[in-house]
Write a protein that binds this ligand. Structure first.
Ligand code: ACO
Length: 191
């Protein structure tokens, strides 16, 4: 995704981690317009993701990020667009208290890290950016994909998880979240 400003000026790393602050407060005091530009990027990404998933409204925006304790991993390609950079996509995660049904149909209360929103720009999908971003998040959070819960995963995300992590068998739930078979077993072992 291209923007009418320099993406490299906003995001110095290939993958940046944004949270409630959007950017470090020191940086925002020096350059208040950075915050506005970052908000524009997040709002556009949220809209594009909602459109790709046929959602009635975006679940990611700058204002939502400021009021929720989520972490958003944003990936850029710094060389494209004549060196101004383009935004490749994002992955948003956060902890949620959930009631999930285990393999015996028993309700258990858990608070796993959840995949909440994930989007790679249309023209860049199926080029390996998604797995690079996802693996970065796994390493940063020090977690395995099977220990995550997935909020209303799209068909593309389910195919992605099967393809890259061999996650295929999920345990049926009564909410929108998907947890895979080993979630309950591995969780118990790792506690
Ligand atoms: N159809 C089916 N599977 C797909 C498709 C597609 N159009 N695109 C990606 N995949 C899956 C496949 O398993 C594919 O492997 P294959 O090409 O060998 O079949 C694999 O993803 C490719 O891996 P990457 O290139 O690393 O993934 P990508 O960069 O495409 O990112 C993502 C995956 C984020 C799901 C991307 O396709 C996307 O943005 N889709 C639209 C938005 C979306 O559905 N996001 C998930 C929402 S649900 C949630 O966030 C909880």
């Amino acid at each position: 995704m291209e923007f009418p400003f320099d993406i490299n000026q906003l995001f110095s790393e290939r993958i940046s981690i944004l949270d409630q602050n959007l950017i470090a407060s020191r940086q925002s005091k020096e350059k208040p317009d950075l915050r506005v530009k970052i908000a524009t990027v997040l709002d556009e990404l949220g809209k594009a993701s909602a459109k790709a998933q046929d959602l009635p409204a975006p679940i990611t925006s700058a204002s939502k990020l400021q009021f929720q304790k989520h972490q958003l991993y944003l990936m850029k390609d710094g060389e494209s667009s004549r060196g101004r950079g383009v935004v490749v996509g994002f992955l948003k995660v956060g902890y949620k208290k959930l009631f999930l049904l285990d393999r015996n149909g028993v309700h258990i209360e858990v608070e796993p890290l959840c995949v909440l929103d994930f989007y790679i720009a249309e023209n860049l999908q199926r080029h390996g950016y998604g797995i690079e971003l996802f693996n970065f998040m796994l390493q940063h959070q020090n977690v395995e994909p099977v220990l995550l819960a997935y909020d209303r995963p799209s068909t593309k995300l389910l195919a992605f998880l099967a393809r890259h992590y061999n996650l295929r068998q999920s345990v049926p739930q009564v909410n929108n979240f998907v947890a895979f078979e080993d979630f309950f077993h591995k969780r118990a072992v790792s506690q």
